[in-house]
Ligand binder design. Structure first.
Ligand code: DX5
Ligand code: ZN
Length: 217
């Protein structure tokens, strides 16, 4: 199975975001991971729909928009209109996860669900028919550059739940992914890796090498 890399622009230079997105596109990124934080659901504030819209002309790659905001329902259309391709929400970010996923699908977008380290895989057992992507957080959401939490049994459990559907559902890992932890999560069944600090730390000259090393190349 081919491994897709979704660099998180949370670790990019925010004063040059368009240029940074073009650089990771050219370096071989498959998706562009955009972390949206509201200072309420998570203890940090980042990017809103206006920035997503401003970045849209800079690449044709998939915008993988990770919403860490609550309540989330009010903003789904804004991010869809801004150019998101995948919209991922947390089950804790609204009162009715099933309805939230229905709304994302009705907007014509792929729907993702993100599980915090303490949130069990069983939280999504009854909505799998609406899900295109399952994101397993391997840090507590809010910041880049945190240490990887090795939730390998959880990754394997999510992979088994995905396989049981018979549908092509992405299994994405987010948090503390580097060339070493990537090997473990790929072995456990992940096919999409988010990486922020690991991809961006060396500057544009090393983006391509960093992305390739995550694929095990
Ligand atoms: C954390 C974000 C991550 C973050 C990952 O809440 O969801 O996407 O950018 O950063 P690294 O790869 O540095 O752990
Ligand atoms: Zn993220």
């Amino acid at each position: 199975m081919s491994i897709l890399i979704s660099p998180s622009i949370l670790s990019a230079d925010f004063a040059r975001l368009g240029e940074e997105v073009r650089a990771i596109d050219a370096a071989g990124a498959d998706y562009i991971h955009i972390d949206v934080m509201d200072g309420h659901f998570v203890p940090n504030i980042t990017i809103g729909p206006a920035v997503v819209k401003a970045l849209r002309p800079h690449t044709k790659k998939t915008f993988d928009v990770h919403l860490m905001i609550s309540p989330v329902d009010l903003f789904l259309k804004d991010f869809a209109d801004a150019g998101a391709d995948i919209i991922t929400v947390h089950p804790e970010a609204g009162p009715h996860l099933h309805r939230t996923l229905q709304t994302i699908k009705a907007l014509g977008k792929k729907a993702g669900v993100s599980l915090n380290p303490a949130t069990p895989v069983s939280a999504i057992a009854h909505v799998m028919d609406l899900v295109d992507l399952v994101l397993i957080m391997t840090v507590n959401p809010g910041f880049g550059g945190q240490s990887f939490i090795p939730l390998m049994d959880k990754v394997r459990e999510a992979k088994a739940m995905i396989d049981a559907t018979g549908r092509a559902i992405d299994l994405e890992i987010d948090g503390g992914v580097n060339d070493k932890t990537a090997k473990d999560v790929i072995a456990a069944g992940a096919n999409v890796l988010v990486a922020g600090s690991y991809v961006f730390k060396g500057g544009p000259e090393s983006y391509a090498t960093a992305i390739q090393s995550l694929r095990g190349e």
